[in-house]
Design a protein around this ligand. Sequence first.
Ligand SMILES: [Zn+2]
Length: 100
Amino acid sequence: MPRSSSSRRANKWARPHRELGASLNSVPRAAEGPDGTWVVQQVRGSSSGKVYTCPGCLQDLPARMDHIVAWRSEEEFGFNTGVGARRHWHRACFRSRPPR
Ligand SMILES: [Zn+2]
């Protein structure tokens, strides 16, 4: 009895190329500010239903809004150390955050 096998393999190359995150979130990037270096990520609004508190104005920031996720890049600890301290900001609030 012959095995019917080899027809599966071709699919690997037939898959459409996924645009990774093209319609979702941008790549985090470092931004120098008067109050130090921040890692900033632009976030598209989502339907997750979450509500964050913006640290700039202490108002609600629904996840459905486009906004910014930012955290401090503490050089002495490495690029990603601040990830646990990520905060969700209104775009305008992050831009106008007060210098320390
Ligand atoms: Zn705000």
